[in-house]
Each structure stands twice: as C-alpha cells, then as structure tokens.
Design a protein around this ligand. Structure first.
Ligand code: NI
Length: 152
C-alpha cells in the first residue's frame, strides 16, 4: 500500500466525469487500498478516486464504523432533506452548509464485482452523495448555501 497525493481544487481532474470500472483486478485492489490509506492518513470520512488523480468510479467512505469500498456506485433512491456542515479533503479549510437527502439508496459493486445495496441516512447518506458527486466532477461548493467559519 502507498499514500497517494490528494489533488486540490483548481486541478482540472476534479471537474471531469469518471469512467465505469470494468476490470476487478489487482490494479483496482491496489487503488482501493491506497485510497483507504490516504483517506485515513488525512483524517477524512471519504475519498473518491479523482481526488487521487484517477478518473475511475471508485469511492471509499468510513464515518467511524468500518470502511465501505464502493465501485461504480449509483444513487437509485433518495428521500427527505438534511442540512449540515460539509467539507472536502480537496478543498482544505473550507466548510459550508449544504442540503442533502436524509436517506439514500445506493447500488454499487465491491472490489470483486459483487453487487452491494446500501440504505444510508444522515452522515453516511451525505458522504455517499458527496463522493458520488466527485465521480461526476462536482465539488461540494456547488451545494453550499452558506460558508461557515471554523476554528482550526
Ligand atoms: Ni470531497
């Protein structure tokens, strides 16, 4: 495993749409392992492959109860609204209030291509929306209603 460099806002790669993963091979497993290591090292709750410069539809998320590794994730249902503060490892030091669905239903594949279904609420729903947006080249700023000051 190896740490990868997190791409920062301003880099064009963050505005591009990622490609569907078709090969569930060692190269994919290495990418996922590296993304997890990079995410934990940066104290993030989520990371999308474009944030390490790879335009593939892969995300890792850990809101504190274990790591989700999602390949080709897609939101297939959403309910309600939830307003909370959000940030992004590619936009350091910037936090803003966004409105996201309260609950989402996501379909994805695991690292070996097996189908996974996830029903998520609140923070996990927010993280899924945020990371899946990255795969479309969308940063959380596009959802910010109001920026907040934080003490760091
Ligand atoms: Ni992000």
């Amino acid at each position: 495993m190896a740490l990868r460099k997190i791409v920062l806002e301003g880099d064009e790669v963050l505005t591009r749409k990622s490609r569907e993963v078709e090969k569930f091979d060692k190269r994919l497993h290495d990418l996922i392992d590296d993304m997890k290591e990079t995410m934990y090292q940066a104290n993030g709750v989520g990371l999308a492959a474009p944030q390490v410069g790879i335009l593939k539809r892969v995300v890792t998320i850990d809101i504190g109860d274990g790591c989700l590794e999602l390949v080709n994730p897609e939101i297939i249902g959403a309910k309600g609204e939830s307003e909370d503060v959000e940030g992004c490892l590619s936009v350091p030091g910037v936090y803003g209030v966004t409105v996201r669905p309260k609950e989402v239903l996501v379909i994805a594949q695991d690292r070996d291509g097996k189908e996974i279904h996830i029903t998520a609420t609140d923070l996990l729903a927010r993280a899924l929306c945020h990371e899946i947006d990255h795969l479309e080249g969308i940063l959380f700023r596009q959802h910010v209603k109001e920026y907040v000051e934080t003490e760091e």
